[in-house]
Design a binder for this molecule. Structure first.
Ligand code: SAM
Ligand code: SF4
Ligand code: SF4
Length: 385
């Protein structure tokens, strides 16, 4: 008898079952903890031109690394179809990510298809993208013309030496800053008040590497109309050798910022918002909108699982219910075996109804489930941030 070889795909994925009783798309789906489904993050490629050591360390993502073959990737038509079904279940926000999403060929075509989707109430979706910014100068105008509204650019520092070391491919910081300028020039993220609140800058802080970049980054973006957000370095995936002593808790980061800039807490902008907002204050200690705001994303020290309304679709069409999940649900097979839209929507409904994930909350209480032998947590570059 021949031995069955278990592929990585099998280990990572469970079939998505179509329930016997249909689960209609009412937009009111809730998981086991009553959390709605509002936000879908779609990874469009597992490849990247950077090798940030907290995400795709060179030692692992080298020339021997097996990226997904093109036939595994969802086509633009498949992504749009699945996005439409998620929207029928209540998703209002779509974020394209990766890997580096701007490496996916003809991404503008996908953007145009997604921009044409409407919620059941007939409203356009909040459509955005997270990028390392390296290709933005070349791509910004085309993305905007295709219907992209806003963009988040990852930038871990302004010091060129530190930045080149963090991306680990010697990419100059000036080119990312120029990409951000290009995004501004075409109006990506411009708000009704003429600011750029939809143009966000994400900085992951790793204590040993870019602690000294926090104040210069804040100084650079304060008053620029752009929103800078600091992200705690997370233990996502299995390859980045994460250690707690590399994490700067957001509470400490805010204290550090306040040594230079007075800050006042601001209300969350939307339910399920991952960032806590702080506004720059004027001499009277009152928030000054002209100076803008910063955000902190405390994924490690202050879990926000309680209102986590995000689902993630991997590059090959697997649905993940949590950033820290080891397994996804295989929606690609349903799409490729002739299953109807109504049945796929039902399968998505069942998966979300059964969702109980709250990894960060459990980790905060030292209660996270023990690892299942043979299963590895999925990498950020595979399901996207
Ligand atoms: N390549 C794009 C980029 O860098 O913006 C999109 C994909 S990247 C995986 C999405 C976001 O995840 C980035 O802002 C990145 O800084 C963040 N990220 C990756 N690994 C992380 C980690 N271990 N902890 C916290 N954030 C991380
Ligand atoms: Fe690439 Fe983004 Fe990961 Fe950096 S964080 S390696 S840019 S996918
Ligand atoms: Fe959501 Fe999982 Fe993060 Fe909790 S740990 S906020 S459930 S993605």
């Amino acid at each position: 008898m021949s031995e069955r070889v278990i592929s990585l795909f099998d280990l990572r994925n469970r079939p998505a079952a179509v329930p016997a009783t249909p689960i209609p798309a009412t937009g009111l789906l809730g998981d086991k903890r009553g959390r709605p489904l509002r936000d879908l993050r779609i990874s469009v490629t597992d490849r990247c031109n950077f090798r940030c050591n907290y995400c795709m360390p060179k030692e692992v993502f080298n020339t021997d690394y097996k990226y997904l073959p093109h036939s595994s990737l969802l086509s633009f038509e498949e992504i749009t179809r699945i996005a439409r079904l998620f929207v029928s279940h209540g998703v209002q926000k779509l974020r394209l990510t990766g890997g580096e999403p701007l490496l996916r060929k003809n991404l503008e075509v996908l953007i145009a298809q997604l921009a044409a989707l409407r919620t059941p109430e007939g409203l356009p979706l909040d459509l955005t993208l997270t990028t390392n910014g390296s290709l933005l100068r070349r791509k910004a105008a085309g993305l905007k013309a295709a219907g992209l509204q806003r963009v988040t650019v990852s930038l871990d520092g302004l010091n060129d030496t530190i930045f080149r070391a963090m991306n680990d491919v010697d990419f100059p910081v000036a080119d990312v800053l120029d990409g951000i300028e290009a995004a501004k020039e075409v109006g990506l993220g411009r708000d009704a008040k003429g600011g750029f609140s939809g143009l966000k800058i994400n900085m992951v802080v790793k204590k040993s590497t870019n602690l000294g970049e926090i104040i210069p980054m804040a100084r650079h973006f304060r008053g620029s109309g752009l929103t800078l957000r600091f992200i705690e370095y997370m233990d996502v995936g299995e390859t980045n050798g994460w250690q707690m002593d590399e994490v700067l808790p957001s509470a400490e980061l805010i204290k550090l910022l306040q040594t230079e800039f007075p800050l006042v807490p601001l209300e969350a902008s939307a339910p399920g918002e991952t960032a806590q907002r702080w506004g720059y204050a004027n001499a009277q200690g009152v928030f000054d909108p002209r100076l803008g705001e910063v955000g902190v994303i405390s994924s490690v020290t202050q879990a926000f699982c309680g209102d986590c309304n995000r689902a993630r679709l991997s590059t090959e069409g697997q649905l993940y219910l949590c950033l820290f999940a080891a397994q996804g649900f295989d929606l690609r097979t349903l799409m490729r075996n002739g299953t109807s839209d109504a049945d796929i929507a039902s399968a998505i409904g069942l998966i979300w109804n059964e969702r109980d994930d709250r990894y960060s909350e459990l980790r905060g209480q030292n209660l996270q489930p023990p690892p299942v032998p043979g299963q590895k947590r999925v990498e950020m570059s595979y399901i996207g941030g």
